[in-house]
Design a protein around this ligand. Structure first.
Ligand code: UDP
Length: 195
């Protein structure tokens, strides 16, 4: 798939279906794969935050989340087929995770929120293989437990909802030792999916 640049931030021109297929492939490839969902705010922030910028340049996949990204791409004469939002990609990935029994770890949002989101999703997609769930407000001892659990549970998809850029930095710093794992920053998606 074509990778374009919006204000020097990479954007992959993928549809939702292509993003989901690519993410599934990445779970079978060595290393930790970071997936980012880009909107205008993230692009602006990356231009002020070199750490975030580097992380996005190194990301395995940067999906076009915001309408502003599609607009900016059109202005450059590029075509991004559709929005691939954090909420929608989370729903789609849970669907395939249920079908293929892929273990999933959910990190972030206020206590109870991710669990409610998972319960709502399970009602739609069927039984899920949940490797673990933790809220996004933890101390360093809990953090180590979270990291250990993600590794030991053999989670293949890790959803991280700590807000931008905390979630991207957390994934890059704390999960880089994992192998055949996709970690995706999903911002406020658990709040939305918890209904
Ligand atoms: N959050 C968290 N831990 C933190 C800070 C934020 O779990 O230390 C969660 C917060 O509860 C919310 C999400 O991160 O669920 C951030 O949502 P927001 O819509 O602000 O995300 P962004 O706009 O940054 O993508």
């Amino acid at each position: 798939n074509k990778r374009i640049s919006v204000l020097s931030v990479p954007i992959d021109c993928v549809t939702m279906d292509e993003a989901v297929q690519r993410i599934l492939q990445l779970t079978e490839q060595p290393g930790l794969h970071l997936v980012a969902t880009a909107n205008a705010e993230m692009v602006m922030l990356a231009n002020e935050n070199p750490t975030l910028h580097t992380i996005l340049n190194d990301a395995s996949l940067v999906v076009p989340d915001g309408a502003g990204i599609l607009w900016a791409a059109e202005r450059q004469g590029e075509h991004v087929p559709e929005r691939v939002t954090g909420v929608d990609v989370t729903k789609e990935l849970f669907k395939v995770a249920a079908t293929h029994h892929i273990p999933v770890y959910c990190l972030g949002a206020a206590p109870g929120v991710a669990q409610r989101a998972v319960d709502n999703l399970a009602a739609q997609v069927g039984e899920l293989n949940i490797a673990g769930i933790h809220d996004g407000f933890f101390d360093s001892a809990e953090e180590q437990e979270i990291i250990d659990t993600i590794g030991e549970s053999k989670a293949k998809l890790v959803f991280v909802a700590l807000g931008v850029p905390k979630q991207e930095q957390w994934i890059a710093e704390k999960l880089s030792h994992l192998d055949g794992v996709v970690a995706i920053g999903i911002g406020g998606s658990f709040d939305v999916l918890a209904g």
